[in-house]
Structure formats: structure tokens, C-alpha cells
Design a protein around this ligand. Structure first.
Ligand SMILES: *Cc1c(COP(=O)(O)O)cnc(C)c1O
Length: 376
């Protein structure tokens, strides 16, 4: 056994997350720990909640960061809204849609799938048809920004369809949040969850989530207790509810919340609209550069995500070798394809603090050099 400190190498993170954390956020992380029921910590929790509401464009009282990664946000959304025997319509156009369906199956729900070709947006017409065939569905679940394929779906339209069919809408905004509009109240979305390590560029391991009043009511009216004790919002609410006496549920990840607070301050200093515009401008810079290298984007222009750019790997090029050359020679990480897309695509992230012109240019340089080296 080697007992010595670990010093990570310097990297530029341009994969599907985590993204590069700003020094201000890292500095906040290293501030002295205080107790999680300290009045000053409670003040921080209130401020985090308010800033999260601003970031989701919502007035929802039940808005908080779950003390676990985006996958726990997904699980919390399903576990709290659904009960065994409930019917849920799940849209699947990539890996994260598949995970949603797996969550629903494990919760003992009846699942109706709306499947779409990977790399395409979810088709609202198919969703409308499926909802019409399943009048008893309680929830419509979909991924706003499918990180496995780089495709955006029309969240506003899908939430509207859910509302028209008397369903609650459950939205995965892990990759989209902070990098493109996520407008919980405008969309009348019922549950929206995200993760902190993507376009917010905070530490991984936190999942901001917001529940509408309708969703909160549905949780209060459940017939069965929520099968997950840790993710039971009825219990977590007691810990995060504003103004009330906070009741111990679990120990919050105190320093991670210092980091979240700072990352949210930075986000609001820049402004959400400015952040969206920056993500879009960097996407265009990257797209132009990729096209001039003769590379092709997989997703059609109308459905492209700015923060997650999917490139087709040219014929005869060794996927793993190019990525390892980029990492070794340039210290720059991009992501491989997931599941059936492995070996077919690269995923280049432009997320949060890492979404900058120097990174785009460095990535193009690294990709170009590594491609020619790998072809030799
Ligand atoms: C990354 C991601 C998740 C999972 O988040 P973790 O923090 O890795 O658990 C869920 N959904 C989507 C769309 C993602 O991109």
C-alpha cells in the first residue's frame, strides 16, 4: 500500500461533465467547516434556495439541492411522484431516458415508452398519441438535454402536453440547466432536477431539484410511503423548509454547499441570459472549427445542444487512441460515446466555466493534431 497524498494532474475538462471549476468556487470549498445547524449555515441554506429558484425561473417553495448527484435527483423525482401500480409515460432517445424508464420499472410502475431514434429530439406528436392511448398515466417523464446524443427536446411543448392530459411533467435538466433556458414556471413543469458539475461548474455530488405546488400536493396525497428513506421529500422538506424550525434529517455536505453558494453567486453575477448566450456563441465557434477540420456533427442543427457537441468519428479512426493522445499531449479530456454510440461519436462539452474561447481553440488544436498523429 502506498500512503501518500494525491495530487491530480492539470486538465482541461471538455467532456460530458464534470466541467472545470472556477478558482473562486474551489476557494469557497476550502473555507472552514461550520455546523449544519449553525444559524449562519441556515442563512446560507436560505440563500442557496433563493438562488436556485432564480436559476430555475420558479417560485416553487420546494426547491433545494439534494445531497447526492444528478442520478439521485432522477431517483428522487420518480420515487416521490410515483407509487407502485402507477402508469408513467417515459420518452427514450438516449441513455438517460433509458435510466428514467429503469427507475420507473423498479418503482413497480407500469411504463409506456415513447421511443425515438438516438440523436433526434423527442417527437411531440408521438408523445401526444401515447398520452391519448394512456389516459390513466400519472406522469410524463423526459430528458430536456440528452447528454448521450447531444439532442435537445422541446421541454415547453412536452410539459404543455402533459398538462393537457392531466399528467405531471418530470424533466431531467441535468445538462441543460444554466447553459440554456430552463423555465420551470413558464413551462408549468412539475419536477425539474439537475446536477451541479455540468453547466454550473460546481463540484459533483449535488442535485438541485424543484417541485411545483401540484407535485408537492401529489406527494402529500400518496397512499404508500416513499420507498427511499433518504430521498423522501416529506422528510427532506423538514430540513430545508424556509422559516420553519429545521429538523435534522442528514448532515448536509457543508463545504460542497459553500461551493454551490459561490457558483450560484457567480452565475447570477453573469446573468442567466448572458450565460445562455455565451454557451451558444462558443458552440458556434466550435462547430465552425470542427467543420473546417472536415468533421461532421451528428445532430441536425435545430436540435443541437450548445453545451454538448457530438462529432461523428471519421471512418478508420481509432476512437480511444485519439482521446488518449488529446489527454496525454494536451491535457484535454473529451468524452466517448455511451452504449450503442461507443466508437461512433465523440462528445465535446462546453459547460459553464469551461465554455470559453481559449478552450474551444485549444480543443480544435488538440483534435487536429491527435487526428493526424492517429492516422499516421
Ligand atoms: C450527467 C447526467 C445525469 C446524471 O448525473 P450524475 O451527477 O452523473 O449522477 C442524468 N441525466 C443527464 C441528462 C445527465 O447528463
Amino acid at each position: 500500500m502506498k500512503v501518500q497524498s494525491f495530487t491530480p494532474p492539470q486538465r482541461i475538462l471538455m467532456g460530458a461533465g464534470p466541467s472545470d471549476i472556477h478558482p473562486r468556487v474551489l476557494a469557497a470549498l476550502s473555507r472552514p467547516t461550520i455546523g449544519h445547524l449553525d444559524p449562519e449555515f441556515i442563512r446560507l441554506m436560505d440563500e442557496v434556495k433563493e438562488m436556485l429558484q432564480a436559476s430555475f425561473f420558479t417560485e416553487n417553495a420546494l426547491t433545494l439541492p439534494i445531497s447526492a448527484p444528478g442520478s439521485a435527483g432522477m431517483e428522487a423525482a420518480f420515487a416521490n411522484l410515483l407509487e407502485p401500480g402507477d402508469k408513467v409515460v417515459v420518452c427514450v432517445n438516449g441513455v438517460f431516458g433509458q435510466r428514467m424508464a429503469a427507475n420507473a420499472v423498479r418503482m413497480g410502475c407500469e411504463v409506456a415508452l415513447v421511443e425515438e431514434e438516438w440523436g433526434k429530439a423527442v417527437d411531440p406528436q408521438k408523445v401526444a398519441d401515447t398520452l391519448a392511448r394512456h389516459q390513466d398515466a400519472k406522469v410524463l417523464a423526459f430528458v430536456h438535454a440528452e447528454t448521450s446524443t447531444g439532442a435537445a427536446s422541446d421541454a415547453q411543448t412536452l410539459c404543455r402536453l402533459a398538462g393537457e392530459h392531466g399528467c405531471l411533467s418530470l424533466v431531467d435538466a441535468v445538462t441543460s440547466w444554466c447553459g440554456m433556458p430552463v423555465l420551470a414556471d413558464d413551462w408549468q413543469a412539475d419536477v425539474v432536477y439537475s446536477g451541479t458539475q455540468k453547466c454550473l461548474s460546481c463540484v459533483s455530488g449535488l442535485s438541485p431539484i424543484t417541485f411545483s405546488e401540484r407535485a408537492r400536493q401529489a406527494i402529500l396525497e400518496r397512499r404508500h410511503p416513499i420507498q427511499s428513506w433518504f430521498l423522501d421529500m416529506q422528510l427532506v422538506m423538514g430540513y430545508w423548509q424556509e422559516g420553519e424550525q429545521r429538523v435534522y434529517h442528514h448532515t448536509a455536505p457543508i463545504n460542497a454547499l459553500f461551493a454551490l453558494h459561490e457558483a450560484l453567486v457567480m452565475l447570477l453575477e453573469e446573468g442567466l441570459e448572458q450565460s445562455w448566450a455565451r454557451h451558444w456563441a462558443m458552440h458556434e465557434r466550435l462547430r465552425d472549427g470542427l467543420e473546417s477540420l472536415g468533421l461532421e456533427l451528428m445532430v441536425e442543427p435545430a436540435a443541437r445542444l450548445p453545451m454538448l457537441n457530438v462529432v461523428k468519428i471519421p471512418e478508420g479512426v481509432d476512437d480511444a487512441r485519439v482521446r488518449s493522445l488529446m489527454l496525454e499531449d494536451f491535457g484535454l479530456e473529451i468524452s466517448a460515446g455511451l452504449g450503442p454510440m461507443k466508437g461512433k461519436i465523440w462528445r465535446i462539452g462546453l459547460m459553464g466555466n469551461g465554455c470559453r474561447p481559449d478552450h474551444v481553440d485549444r480543443c480544435l488544436e488538440a483534435l487536429s493534431a491527435s487526428l493526424s498523429k492517429a492516422r499516421r
